[in-house]
Design a protein around this ligand. Structure first.
Ligand SMILES: *Cc1c(COP(=O)(O)O)cnc(C)c1O
Length: 449
């Protein structure tokens, strides 16, 4: 079966193609009703291999996949098989790790504003705790017990984070991490409490496809690590570059080059850490988006067209299935695939302009605004690209809309339902305030009879 990964996007509109052919997609849609998220196992594995190759120069390297980007256990299993650990930030994400057989130092617990029970489970699973704030150290001790031998602290340098190409983020406005004086103090506190190996973490820019981001962040953290080691005598075991490596949502964007990123980090390592006698520091990452976003798509179908002051295409998905356009105004590329049995529209000229919308009673429920597309007809399959990370994961239930299924296209070309679509009884299942033994569905049915 033909499902080329969509790694090498180039400039032309039609070059950003779905990772499945029309024929394969139609077959999949015979089994699974739209809408659903579809994931490409072969491409996920290939990309994970490329990440590990890029950092193979660092024997301790570990990618802790950020569970929040996509908490589906079937995908987590694939990434774990490729050597990834997990970055969790909540009790239920820790439970997913536990259920996936991932424990101990294969879990990074990078939380913030952390509830007590989250720290308790993280401690029980032996996760590496990445403290977001200095006050969390006594809080952790009071709720979860003594700090572990390996610990980490999150750094926030404040101000603006700049690269040669411009401002990448504004850490001064972000709620995460500690100031540098707090970080020194936290390391001393943790050392006094028996910690032996220390890590430093920072997340300073989101979704950047610049190959300069990780190397610049690494250099900042390496220099900080040298100062920390010299002033506190703490053993720095790892530097966690966290997430933020982006993907080209726009067809004309250049993808991040992970091999070049790995080389850039290596150069900073050799220039800063090695001369300081710190040549055994492990590099960690917590990428979510880069690991999965391009290898998932939302498959939907045009069910209405409407022509008023603009031309609208109504699809059977909505922002509850993919929130990024509504929440951030994010661009997601669309491919009109066409009717079952009809011509393949993915290569047609985009000679119409549409807003492609969902059915929420919210005017921001638009997957595309003023988007040039080939003519869309009712019944056409439409692929919304790059939904493998922060797609289904951000789903919600506004308007009583139900979250979609998730389907895995396996390496052998077969498919597997890895999460069924929500049903009405899932949506009503938390209403245990109803009269004993009654469900809302039963009550609704009784009203009718
Ligand atoms: C969101 C998040 C990540 C993953 O970010 P991506 O941009 O998806 O790579 C990693 N670490 C932490 C602490 C996060 O909050």
């Amino acid at each position: 079966m033909e499902h080329e990964p969509d790694i090498a996007q180039t400039a032309h509109y039609t070059d950003k193609r779905p990772f499945v052919s029309k024929q394969v997609l139609e077959k999949i849609c015979e089994t699974y009703p739209t809408p659903f998220h579809l994931y490409d196992e072969a491409a996920i594995r290939k990309n994970a291999c490329a990440v590990h190759e890029a950092f193979a120069w660092n024997p301790g390297f570990m990618e802790y996949f950020a569970v929040k980007a996509n908490p589906n256990p079937a995908l987590i299993r694939i990434l774990a098989e490729e050597g990834c650990g997990l970055d969790c930030s909540s009790e239920t994400e820790l439970m997913i790790a536990q259920a996936s057989g991932i424990e101990g130092s294969k879990i990074m617990f990078s939380s913030n504003d952390t509830p007590a029970q989250d720290f308790v489970l993280a401690r029980r699973l032996g996760a590496i705790i990445n403290f977001d704030d200095i006050t969390h150290i006594p809080f952790f001790e009071s709720v979860a017990g003594p700090v572990q031998k390996t610990v980490s602290c999150r750094f926030n340098p404040g101000g603006l984070f700049r690269l040669a190409t411009g401002i990448m983020g504004s850490p001064g406005d972000s709620k995460y991490g500690m100031t540098e004086p707090q970080l020194f103090e936290a390391f001393r506190m943790l050392k006094d409490r028996g910690a032996e190996t220390f890590g430093i973490h920072a997340f300073l820019a989101s979704n950047t496809t610049s190959d300069e981001y990780y190397p610049a962040l690494a250099r900042t953290l390496f220099e900080l690590a040298v100062r920390l080691k010299n002033k506190t005598g703490c053993k720095i075991g790892f530097i966690n570059l966290s997430g933020g490596v982006g993907v080209p949502y726009q067809p004309e964007e250049t993808p991040a080059n992970i091999a070049a990123i790995g080389k850039g980090v290596q150069q900073a390592y050799e220039e800063v850490l090695v001369p300081a006698g710190m040549d055994d520091v492990a590099i960690y990452s917590e990428m979510g988006r880069f690991m999965l976003a391009p290898y998932g798509c939302l498959v939907t179908r045009a069910i209405h067209e409407k022509h008023i002051y603009k031309d609208y295409i109504g699809v059977d998905a909505n922002a509850c299935n993919l929130m990024r356009p509504a929440m951030y105004g994010a661009y997601h590329h669309l491919s009109v695939v066409g009717q079952p049995g009809g011509p393949d529209k993915t290569c047609l000229e985009p000679d119409h302009v549409y807003d492609v919308v969902g059915n929420l009673c919210e005017n921001n429920d638009k997957f595309a605004i003023d988007r040039a597309l080939p003519q869309v007809e009712i019944g056409d399959l439409i692929v919304i690209h790059d939904t493998g990370a922060h797609g289904h994961a951000m789903g919600y239930n506004y308007n009583g809309r139900l979250r979609s299924a998730e389907v895995l296209l396996k390496e052998d070309g077969t498919t597997q339902l890895i999460r069924r679509a929500e049903r009405a009884d899932d949506y009503f299942s938390t209403l245990d305030v109803l009269p004993a033994g009654q469900t809302l569905i039963q009550m609704a049915t009784q009203q009718h009879s």
